[in-house]
Design a binder for this molecule. Structure first.
Ligand code: SF4
Length: 361
């Protein structure tokens, strides 16, 4: 690659950044802990939504020690609504690792940072370049898009060989004197200027270097090999009430929402009616005394969309006089007012919100 052209692209990006960057709290710091938290939050979340979560999270857990010493349930409540809860569990786990293996000091070395749970190549590059000025190029969705257009890269970004080509390209373009600012500049440029759909190329400072613009094929980049197949899942939840109390159960399997609380659940392989549910062996074990339960026949239904799954959820309210033994041993009986103390999935909280608004109107 042409070194002069690369240098010119890097300095144009840095100039553009200095004039156009958004003021965000994690840009005002070189504390690797705060940068780490912000990067993990922003992995799957837009800046506007992530900002409040970031402020609340670092307000409660201002450093590695406070996070490592916290109870996981509490960490999850600060993540509630953000989704991808494994991020919060990994943060908590990694904070404990930093305390146990690095004497509580955030590691400086790239290989040590990347060894932390939940920290991939991108996040490690962001942390060590922003905090310590180490020359590691970042490669996130925004950077892939900018590079693929600037150099009209035909290789798909979601293949092993594509990733290799892009990471080499990103590293060659990196301004080694100012890696932190350069990395922030190219990410911000992708987020604000070289946006996914209809970028305003007429005002782009890189328009004379952009091969995709020259060829009139911006819409074709970045190229992707294929979409991940979406899986449908069918959740039948039971809101088991005794007076003003309900039952919550912790999800402990290696699956979505691990360690969050939810209502007792039967998952089925397809959409089933109540008549079939009550014949289900798991339901019979949950409620052996069918006569002593009162089921509201019409469930509250939601279609809940996650990145690779669509969950078709039905919520049945079941009133009982006493909690059946199996549920009593597996679940926690709580008063409805206590719900905010538990980290629950967005899906289950939507159900309770709907119920609450029903009562108000
Ligand atoms: S000219 Fe358009 S496509 Fe090319 S880098 Fe600029 S905004 Fe992106």
């Amino acid at each position: 690659m042409n070194k002069e052209k690369n240098n010119s692209i890097s300095s144009i990006l840095i100039n553009w950044y200095q004039q156009n960057k958004r003021d965000l709290p994690w840009r005002e710091t070189s504390d690797p802990y705060l940068i780490w938290i912000s990067e993990i939050i922003l992995q799957q979340t837009r800046v506007a939504q992530g900002l409040n979560y970031y402020l609340r999270f670092v307000g409660r857990f201002p450093d590695v020690k406070s996070l490592a010493e916290a109870d996981e349930d509490e960490v999850l409540t600060f993540w509630q609504g953000l989704g991808y809860y494994s991020r919060a569990r990994n943060l908590h786990f990694a904070a404990k690792t930093i305390v146990s293996s690095f004497s509580g000091c955030f590691p400086r070395n790239h290989d040590d940072v990347v060894s932390l749970k939940g920290v991939g190549g991108y996040t490690a590059a962001a942390i060590v370049s922003f905090a310590y000025g180490e020359p590691y190029a970042v490669l996130d969705g925004n950077v892939y898009r900018v590079l693929s257009r600037l150099f009209a890269v035909d290789e798909p970004i979601d293949t092993g060989s594509g990733k290799k080509i892009f990471s080499q390209l990103a590293q060659e373009l990196l301004d080694e004197q100012n890696p932190g600012i350069y990395n922030q500049a190219i990410m911000e440029f992708g987020a604000l200027q070289c946006v996914p759909s209809k970028p305003d190329c007429a005002v782009c400072p890189l328009q004379h270097s952009c091969l995709a613009l020259e060829k009139g094929v911006i819409g074709q980049f970045p190229k992707k090999r294929g979409k991940t197949k979406v899986q449908n899942r069918y959740f039948n939840y039971f809101d088991v009430r005794v007076g003003n109390s309900t039952l919550l159960k912790k999800r402990i399997e290696d699956d979505i929402w691990k360690n969050l609380y939810e209502l007792p659940l039967i998952e089925t392989s397809e959409n089933v009616l109540l008549e079939e549910i009550i014949q289900n062996q798991v339901f019979i074990e949950m409620f052996p005394e069918k006569k002593s339960i009162k089921i509201q026949g019409v469930p509250v239904e939601f279609k809940h969309i996650l990145s690779h799954r669509i969950i078709y959820a039905k919520f049945y309210r079941i009133d009982v006089d006493t909690i059946p033994l199996k549920l009593l041993t597996e679940c926690r009986q709580i008063q409805l007012e206590e719900l905010p103390n538990y980290a629950i999935s967005r899906l289950v909280s939507k159900y309770f919100e709907k119920n609450r608004s029903k009562r108000v109107h």
